[in-house]
Design a protein around this ligand. Structure first.
Ligand code: NCD
Length: 289
């Protein structure tokens, strides 16, 4: 069994309540977040509790010693010195996470690293698909702001291993310069792909010039061709999955109707994310089954 399949197997065990928890009382996990998060942080907290550990969350910003000038690296070193069983870290790409993780006494899970990657999100997206309808036969189209998405970076790594075909669909200025199959219109992408993975327009990572705002309020928006309207839902095949790692900007990527359509797996992704993260915690802590 490959590494990804093994993680999915453990996530399925977690789903069925069959994963053994951490065996010693008083174990803690440090969740160190230096960028905003809702789903990732809270689902890691739930996964930590289910894995038998107590989550200790740190969110950078007001009220922390970072206000007094403490650096991200020093904050991580100090929080790591408290003896957690593992650390779950989200930080900007200015931090050399690889080098830092090697100096820390406990295992580290990457909860999102600048624009560079978000491996647990890619794994949970694919685990959701696998559970809902098999990865076999999936053709995934990433739609929207592919250039700035760390989720896509991690997806590409996993999809190459699993040999799942993928394509890009988005405004030219928001696509990376490589030879991945691409579509200039959503309606063409829908004919090729059976999974539409919408991506948030990463407004905070754009220059103001690029960020043209919502398709609803700005008729000149470059995102117009890539927005899934309520009216588009009728032409979408019954077997096409609508996915999004969240947070969704209703009005920029999807309509409210698309979000709540029966083909949407957006909230399923969140549910499966907890099981997948439980599996990863189990693996890095090497809890025997
Ligand atoms: C993503 C992230 O933070 O990278 N969201 C998430 O973790 N669920 C995607 C995003 O910010 O758009």
């Amino acid at each position: 069994m490959g590494q990804v399949e093994r993680t999915f197997h453990l996530a399925r065990e977690a789903k069925q309540g069959r994963l053994k928890p951490w065996p010693r009382a008083g174990g803690t996990a440090g969740l160190l977040f230096f960028e905003p998060s809702t789903r990732t942080q809270k689902s890691f907290e739930v996964a930590t509790v289910r894995a038998g550990l107590f989550p200790v969350s740190f969110n950078a910003g007001a009220g922390t010693s970072m206000e007094k000038g403490e650096s991200v690296e020093d904050s991580i070193r100090n929080l790591a010195a408290m003896g957690h069983e593992l650390l779950i870290i989200r930080a900007g790409e200015g931090v050399d996470m690889g080098a830092l993780a090697n100096q820390l006494p406990q295992p580290v899970l990457n909860a999102g690293w600048g624009k560079r990657g978000h491996p647990t999100q890619a794994l949970l997206d694919l685990f959701t698909l696998q559970e809902r309808r098999e990865l076999e036969g999936a053709r995934i189209v990433f739609v929207g702001d592919i250039l700035h998405s760390r989720v896509v970076q991690s997806h590409l790594e996993v999809l190459r291993v699993l040999k799942v075909p993928y394509a890009f669909c988005g405004p030219h200025a928001f696509l990376p310069q490589d030879d991945v199959k691409r579509f200039a219109r959503l309606r063409d992408a829908v004919e090729w792909g059976n999974v539409l993975m919408f991506l948030r327009y990463q407004n905070e990572r754009h220059s103001s010039q690029q960020n043209k705002g919502s398709v609803v309020t700005d008729p000149q928006s470059p995102f117009r061709e890539f927005f899934l309207h309520d009216e588009d839902l009728a032409m979408l095949p019954a077997t096409t999955a609508i996915m999004h790692p969240g947070p969704v900007n209703i009005g920029q990527e999807l309509s409210q109707g698309a979000y709540h359509d029966p083909r949407s797996m957006i909230l399923d992704q969140v549910t499966h994310g907890v099981w997948l993260r439980q599996a990863l915690i189990h693996q890095v802590l090497e809890v025997s089954q």
